[in-house]
Design a protein around this ligand. Structure first.
Ligand SMILES: NC(=O)c1ccc[n+]([C@@H]2O[C@H](COP(=O)([O-])OP(=O)(O)OC[C@H]3O[C@@H](n4cnc5c(N)ncnc54)[C@H](OP(=O)(O)O)[C@@H]3O)[C@@H](O)[C@H]2O)c1
Length: 493
């Protein structure tokens, strides 16, 4: 396995811990080598030491088994070249010959963990050096393109170097147990699927928020924003898992065909949608925390969104008329990723609701992180006189099954790629279909400097306008902890 960008953050934070997990659990082949590539100069030993030191930060002491760790580390080596320049690839070929003992081994897996500007360059250099061999595979990190046109161009580059079966566009959300469990929940149980449509579901909310800012990623984030960083990939994948038709079989083609069908059914965004059904926000300073514009490597007049909420529709028989409300944001009150499915109310309300909360419909909450699990809410009679109804919860928590292993998403996906299973990776047509849907938003913001961008104070649930968007539907966002504060703190930027 050859990692481009091996001196970087992703490698130490995710890839090495994932590979160590696979090694520890004997899920890697007996003979393997991980060759790191980067411009930062390391001798093999120095690179091993570097990774060994970093490992402690990203795996728990319980996961670290000393002898196994040292064995794993001995499989690493490093080559100092600039992956942007063709001249280093001869050295790469030579090093691969030494490591594999073969003149033209094609049992190779390339992992692109560099800045995205190199995603179109490295495959061409691999081709130039004859390293795009028949059984070679390549994993490409997100973001894959920054709009439809650039994604199409990248796809063309990959198609000119590899066959589609060799290209693995990774989105680690799909590697999460909890995301895969949406499929198990929907398609391994007979009782929910008959209700899973416009006749029984009123609307769906998908939230992926975090209580951190952009940390040290100002340079990257200011050129990207929440739509590119989270919505076009992660959130829309969750829409697909929630909305897709049952695949004919659980294999790469059937599953990915259904994903593409969802993306192709997304109701194209109209001028009205762009104005009224998309709310973008940017966090502003609180008494203790910096605002976005004060962060390092962010323009002081930046109009990059750190929050976005959208109402989207799906034009097909199952979902016609059922809005999907999706949102993501930084510096929110908490970190949570969840899908809330709101079922329709009973057609006739006979009972009083305890506490005067009025009519309450059933809700199903699929919690992807943290406190991974599921909750179904329904009304039950409060014991005693009268007929008062109270919402109660039936819940399942992964902690009851011993919890989820850490670093599971990358380990799962790397293993799938090694085994040649692309099911949980994004196919080129899905990537383009998703960009095709979001491209008008990016264009609209670019062409309309005056399009509103709302400030929201750090630690709140985003702009008040996003609440207004829900009120149109007679609904409210499900906020795991409420803290809408003084409305004077909100402003238009
Ligand atoms: N970090 C995460 O948690 C995370 C999560 C999801 C996706 N990703 C994606 O994964 C990719 C890598 O992320 P990262 O955080 O590891 O990035 P990074 O630390 O900024 O960069 C990775 C490495 O790329 C090399 N590099 C940087 N600029 C270069 C240039 N102009 N030419 C050649 N090499 C260059 C650097 O190594 P040398 O200087 O040694 O060459 C650097 O160590 C990004 O596309 C990111 O979007 C990251």
């Amino acid at each position: 396995m050859i990692i481009f960008g091996a001196s970087g953050d992703l490698t130490k934070r995710k890839l090495m811990p994932a590979l160590y997990t696979l090694y520890k659990e004997k899920r890697l082949p007996e003979e393997f080598v991980v060759l790191g590539i980067g411009r930062t100069a390391y001798a093999d030993d120095a690179y091993r030491e570097h990774i060994l030191k970093e490992m402690d930060r990203f795996i728990t002491p319980k996961e670290r088994v000393e002898g196994t760790m040292m064995e794993f580390i001995s499989h690493l080596c490093y080559l100092t070249i600039d992956p942007a320049k063709a001249e280093g690839y001869g050295l790469l070929d030579q090093r691969l010959q030494e490591l594999t003992g073969e003149k033209k081994s094609d049992n190779l897996l390339f992992y692109l963990a560099t800045p995205p500007s190199l995603y179109g360059v490295i495959p061409l250099h691999l081709k130039g050096a004859g390293l795009n061999r028949q059984h070679t595979r390549i994993i490409v990190e997100k973001p894959f393109g920054y709009n439809l046109e650039s994604a199409q161009e990248l796809n063309k580059v990959y198609a000119s170097v590899f066959e589609e079966r060799q290209v693995y566009r990774i989105d680690h959300f799909l590697g999460k147990e909890t995301a895969q469990n949406i499929l198990a929940f929907r398609f391994a149980n007979g009782i929910f699927e008959p209700l899973w449509n416009r006749n029984y579901i009123d609307y769906v909310e998908i939230t992926a928020v975090e209580n951190l800012g952009i940390e040290q990623r100002g340079g990257f984030y200011d050129g990207a924003g929440a739509l590119r960083d989270m919505v076009q990939n992660h959130l829309i994948q969750l829409v697909a898992l929630t909305a897709m038709e049952p695949p004919a079989a659980f294999n790469a083609d059937s599953f990915r065909n259904e994903v593409v069908k969802v993306y192709e059914s997304l109701a194209p965004l109209t001028e009205e949608d762009l104005n009224e059904h998309i709310v973008r926000g940017q966090y502003t300073a609180s008494s203790t925390k910096k605002g976005y514009r004060e962060e390092a490597n962010v323009a002081p007049d930046s109009r990059t969104e750190t929050y976005i909420a959208m109402k989207i529709g799906i034009n097909n028989w199952r979902w016609s008329g059922v809005p999907f409300y999706i949102r993501t944001g930084k510096q929110m009150p908490t970190k949570v990723t969840e899908i809330v499915v709101h079922f329709r109310e009973t057609p006739h309300q006979m009972f009083r609701s305890k506490g005067g909360a009025g009519k309450e419909a059933n809700r199903l909450i699929l919690r992807l992180q943290p406190n991974e699990g599921m909750v179904l809410k329904f009304g039950m009679k409060v014991p005693g006189p009268g007929f008062d109804i109270k919402q109660v919860m039936m819940d399942f928590s992964y902690s009851e099954l011993g919890g989820l292993p850490t670093g599971d998403a990358y380990a799962r996906l790397i293993e799938d790629c090694i085994q040649g299973d692309p099911t949980l990776f994004t196919r080129s047509d899905a990537m383009e279909a998703s960009w095709r849907f979001f491209d008008p938003v990016l264009r609209y913001w670019k062409e309309h400097a005056e399009a509103p961008l709302y400030g929201y104070p750090v630690g709140t649930w985003g702009p008040l306008e996003s609440e207004a968007m829900m009120h149109e539907h007679g609904a409210e966002w499900t906020n795991p902890c409420k803290n809408l504060t003084n409305t004077d703190q909100y402003c238009e930027l």
